[in-house]
Design a protein around this ligand. Structure first.
Ligand code: ATP
Length: 251
């Protein structure tokens, strides 16, 4: 049965009363304290909040990279909190795309091999039209035979973007995807993410500290102390900066 948060928002991904406690006793940290939030299909959502507010923990629980203490982490109809490690590995490989701050490409493989590796591990063939579209749009066609060590940071992140999207995942989770890039490369990455929502109907959830990056999203979800502290529809840099300053002042 679908939960209300999924029905209401047509969410691709949702947290329902999600809690995560690290450690126990006096040293326990309540990183998530009852988070209920949906991430709509074909929308670009940024998660923001002060350091330690639970952004990474929320993303990791929703991506099946970490186990919640209680509540539900829903990907489509699947509650990830109820799955075995084996199933979670399959879900991450087949249904989710990841983009990390540190690119996380395999150094011994070419760019082309990095892009298609997750599909091959899942026993699937790449969609050649989508592969061509992504590599052309990202401007990496001439770099496909190169290894990551022969590519700039911006080029490596564009390879990581192609890898994340080529399997048509239900959601792409991006963790500070522009954190290691200069402003021009960062803007290219963000523009590509925004366009992939418009053109491919991709669902994207991005954690970022940068109000300028969040302004590329359709919506910002704000966290503070492990709880949802607000949201902004159609954010711009000023509205996001104001909201973050408000959260910092309330502490
Ligand atoms: N493995 C862990 N063991 C213990 N505590 C942890 C662990 N991971 C995170 N925490 C704690 O949980 C809380 C939330 O951390 P989290 O990394 O999710 O916050 P964040 O908003 O992503 O922070 P930042 O913006 O600094 O990356 C913090 O108090 C953090 O110290």
């Amino acid at each position: 049965m679908q939960t209300p948060v999924l029905q209401d928002t047509m969410a691709a991904v949702a947290a329902v009363d999600l809690t995560k406690v690290y450690g126990s006793g006096d040293t326990a940290v309540r990183a998530l304290d009852g988070v209920t939030v949906g991430f709509a299909r074909a929308q670009f959502t940024a998660i923001m909040g002060p350091s330690g507010s639970g952004k990474s923990t929320l993303m990791h629980c929703l991506a099946g990279l970490d186990t919640a203490t209680s509540g539900q982490a829903l990907l489509g109809g699947t509650d990830l909190t109820k799955q075995s490690d084996k199933v979670l590995t399959k879900v991450r490989r087949e249904r989710i795309g990841f983009v990390f701050q540190a690119f996380n490409l395999l150094p011994q493989l070419t760019a082309a091999q990095n892009i298609t590796l997750p599909l091959e591990l899942a026993g699937r063939k790449p969609d050649h039209h989508l592969y061509a579209h992504l590599t052309e749009t990202l401007g990496i066609v001439s770099r496909l035979d190169h290894r990551p060590g022969e590519l700039s940071g911006g080029q490596q992140q564009r390879v990581a973007l192609a890898r994340a999207l080529v399997s048509r995942p239900e959601v792409v989770f991006a963790d500070e995807p522009t954190g290691n890039l200069d402003s021009r490369s960062g803007a290219e990455v963000l523009l590509f993410l925004r366009n992939s929502v418009r053109e491919l109907g991709q669902t994207i959830v991005m954690v970022t500290h940068d109000p300028g990056a969040a302004a590329y999203a359709d919506r910002v979800v704000l966290l503070a102390d492990g709880r949802v502290a607000g949201e902004i529809d159609r954010p711009d840099t000023a509205s996001v900066t104001d909201a973050l300053q408000g959260l910092a002042a309330a502490r």
